[in-house]
Design a protein around this ligand. Structure first.
Ligand code: ATP
Length: 511
């Protein structure tokens, strides 16, 4: 697993997808840049999301709000007081950890694994007669471990919710959790650490702190009235936005999984109070379908229900994907109640309500949010589609089997030789197709090497120009996945490729 993750990271660098930020100055921790191929894949993923929300729904519109917002925004939203991570240091290794993650890892590695072992043993013992549900309900070892898990989770929740961090620390001591680096249990106190970056508007000492937004959602809440009025929107309706968010993640790890500057794609769906459960279920289903529409098998995803809810939520679920390092969150679906709009209403003094003609009452709308990290989606896409294959000639190739509409280069135009009119013909084809598709042109190196490079980038089709092309106006079209090569006439290229490379076709499958 470690190795396959390392391979993904080095592939991203080698083929111009992701670079460490400021690499020539030895890099900046947890900050990354997207290269020539990465930016294309990222743009295509963003478009797939944006169109699925804004273009496919007549009641969802988009905005692009500023990163800077009035400082009161973050007081009202609860981020100044509550957007914290509980951190603890090991005094010997001097390493810092998220206290809640240490406890969650203990549950996963110590208790969950024991339960899984019992299940595997029983499966072998009972064979075909094995009934998982009954086993989980009756086996004393499983029951004991589940009780233990429940008790730990309850204590953790209690400690975090009441902000009694002594409870959290005591849990770490009682469970005898040791630092993975030093191996000791020599822990400091647990301290809350706010994740927002602060700066100033006018660089004067007395200036009120301004924050870099830690989520794009608040820009949507602040524009609720503007959009509702100017767009004459009626409930239920949604506002979507993509953009940068910033969090001072102390324990940044796992490449672009946890960054200090990242991109979110969020949609707030405003509904009448009382309808939130129904819409929560609707968006859970819709979003999972959006993921699997990209070809990723269903069993690579799971829903993770939150036990400890954020201060604004009455229900929350994560969509987790099985990364090489385990199941981890890519998207959150949150039922945020009327918390945010009510808070902004009382802090700003502006009425944020709609008039319900049936009950004849004015009310603050409820919100269902879908929030996905574009960078995590990017990592998911590379993890899922990067494969090493042995070809019929026993050569190995790294191939990125991306959905064709998302690939950085959709077509590679490759003159076989750099003479006899082939490059000129290649350029002519490039100029004809470039308006429709992302084309790449290359006439250097052996054709085998060029195919390998395009496979590694994920180019779904290569168009090769040879002597016959000059004589007969035909080219070979090579399919990345089947390796099948077909000779077709140049005039047919556009019509043959349009559907295969079209984002619209991918979107149609969602309906
Ligand atoms: P985590 O528990 O992993 O810290 P979160 O629950 O704080 O994530 P949300 O606040 O729900 O995340 O943000 C929505 C989405 O934004 C996440 O599902 C994730 O895809 C993305 N995201 C959050 N923090 C980061 C980060 N530091 N780097 C990259 N993506 C992030």
């Amino acid at each position: 697993m470690e190795d396959s993750f390392k391979k993904i990271i080095s592939h991203c660098k080698e083929y111009g997808f992701v670079f460490q930020s400021s690499e020539i100055y030895d890099g900046l921790a947890a900050v990354y840049d997207y290269g020539q191929n990465g930016v294309m894949l990222k743009n295509h993923l963003r478009q797939y999301w944006w169109k699925s929300m804004v273009q496919l729904h007549q009641n969802i519109v988009g905005i692009d709000s500023a990163i800077f917002m009035h400082p009161k925004t973050w007081k009202a939203s609860g981020h100044i007081d509550g957007f914290n991570d509980p951190l603890i240091d090991n005094k010997d290794s001097k390493k810092r950890y998220r206290a809640d993650v240490l406890i969650e890892d203990y549950i996963e590695n110590k208790i969950e694994k024991k339960i899984q072992k019992e299940i595997e043993k029983a499966k072998k013992r009972f064979g075909q007669n094995f009934d998982l549900e009954e086993f989980l309900r009756t086996n004393p070892n499983v029951l004991r471990n589940q009780e233990k898990k429940k008790a730990i989770n309850e204590k953790l929740k209690n400690g975090l919710e009441t902000n009694d961090l002594q409870i959290v620390r005591q849990l770490i001591i009682d469970l005898e959790i040791a630092c993975p680096i030093s191996g000791t249990k020599n822990w400091t106190e647990v301290k809350q650490f706010n994740l927002m970056y602060s700066t100033q508007m006018n660089a004067t000492e007395s200036d009120e702190a301004l924050y870099l937004r830690p989520e794009t959602a608040q820009g949507i809440f602040l524009n609720y009235l503007n959009v509702q009025k100017t767009g004459r929107m009626k409930l239920p309706f949604g506002i979507a936005q993509t953009g940068k968010a910033f969090r001072n993640e102390i324990i940044a790890r796992q490449f672009i999984m946890r960054m200090k500057e990242f991109e979110q794609m969020e949609m707030q769906f405003f509904v009448k109070p009382g309808e939130q459960k129904e819409w929560f279920e609707y968006w859970k289903k819709t979003r999972l379908n959006w993921h699997t529409n990209l070809g990723t098998p269903k069993d690579k995803y799971r829903f993770h229900e939150h036990t400890k809810l954020a201060h604004y939520a009455d229900a929350a679920v994560d969509i987790e994907y099985q990364f090489p390092f385990g199941f981890k969150e890519v998207e959150g679906i949150h039922s945020r109640t009327d918390f945010d709009l009510s808070q902004h209403q009382s802090h700003s003094g502006k009425k944020i309500q709609y008039f319900d003609s049936i009950s004849e009452k004015s009310q603050v709308p409820y919100v269902i949010e879908t929030s996905i990290g574009l960078d995590r989606l990017f990592l998911l896409t590379i993890s899922e589609n990067l494969k090493t294959e042995t070809l019929p000639n026993r050569e190995q190739r790294n191939v990125l089997c991306l959905p064709p509409a998302l690939a950085p280069n959709q077509l590679a135009i490759l003159p076989l030789l750099k003479k006899d009119g082939m490059p000129e013909m290649g350029k002519k084809i490039f100029d004809e197709l470039k308006f429709e598709f992302n084309c790449y042109f290359e006439d250097k190196d052996s054709i085998g090497k060029r195919y390998r490079r395009q496979d590694a980038i994920g180019t779904p089709y290569c168009i090769t120009i040879d002597h016959e092309s000059i004589e007969q106006e035909t080219v070979t079209l090579r399919d990345r996945d089947t390796l099948h090569q077909e000779r077709i006439s140049i005039s047919e290229l556009k019509s043959r490729l349009t559907d295969k490379l079209s984002l619209a076709k991918l979107l149609e499958k969602l309906e």
